[in-house]
Design a protein around this ligand. Sequence first.
Ligand code: NIG
Ligand code: FE
Length: 417
Amino acid sequence: MLFLQGMRKLFTDIRSIHGIETDPKSLLKGTEMSRVDSIHDAWLLTDNGNFADWGSMQDSNLPKADEIISLQGLEVLPGLVDSHTHCIFAEPRSTEWEMRLKGATYEEIAAAGGGILNSAAKLRSMDEEWLYEKSLNRVLTMIAHGSTTIEIKSGYGLSTESELKMLRIARRIKKNVKATIKTTFLGAHAVPPEFNGRQDDYVAHIINQMLQAVSEDGLADHMDVFCDRGFFTPEQTLQLLEAAARYGLPAKIHANELGITGGVQVAAQAGAWSADHLEHIGAEEIECLRNSEVMPVGLPGTSYFLDIPYTPARMIIDAGLPFALASDFNPGSSPVCNMQMIWSLGCSRMKMLPAEAFNAITLNAARSLRLENTAGSIAIGKQADFWTTETGNAVQSVPYFFGVNHANAVYCKGTKV
Ligand code: NIG
Ligand code: FE
């Protein structure tokens, strides 16, 4: 009988490794977020796709390995975790963007049947194969910018058939890329035209039909609801998330993007893994988050693109809470797929320190998907997901020199992709 030995790879001549954890934590909160551990002039060992060890190039004995790869003075960072994307969509919405540039608001466009409903109309009519190819390319671009864990939501189908189409595509992407992919059912993203004026009926339809179909096929890892002004109410959201829990789907939530709407309280009540957006929150929401396990997630690409307030990251972190950042990559409110840009926006627009924003796009982002044991830092036993960069002093310089891709190569589970 032949036993497969773990394949050991030794990466040498690394200028710096950032984001190492000798004592792995499940998340970082408050002042803990401003710390990033690095070592310099280092080697990194992976075994069977997981981080196995690291040390100094000055060590007299380097570990034995099946393959030795010199990184020739590059820096190494843990793979970025994009915990919130809507990257499966048919077309850009650049016409709506121009309408907004002329003064229309996101909510006005949505109320007039544009926005998410515009995306849904296009997606429903689009061939699955074609949609798959387009979406796969977007995911490959995200990976090329250093994202090695990516969450993908449905929510542009808004019918059982088209929501399943989106989730099948997400599963197919998962099978065909090396990055870790997690999927989220977002049937409650908007009320489709067939249910116009019958919002409660659509909620019942999601609960009684769509959820069963989605879970029967095992296509989703979580359920999400757009709980906001003009979309779903806190009561409907709670009903939806409780139904999802009965199908074993943990909750995530879009909350407080358009106003103080009670979404944070619902997230806490439903035991959601994360509450995302939070552009509009006050002391009550902070208190509520403090008494919960909900990871607050900011989406600065949305604030930038919609010209709405940024999530008050300082208020959240200074209250001693954890905080994560994601791209919200979508055609309506955040057409950005580059987490390095999100890192930069977190600093320049939300006044997070580079190290805080780094932890927000790595470990805390992993926590928002409850993947902190396998992703989000360079720690022994975690998946060897990392990227290399020529940029020196990367934790400061990557978000500082914004708008370019600093990734030289990206590795998922120890393999270059
Ligand atoms: O996160 N807010 C709800 N959903 C997306 C926007 C989707 C869209 O406009 O297509 C968001 O911003
Ligand atoms: Fe979103």
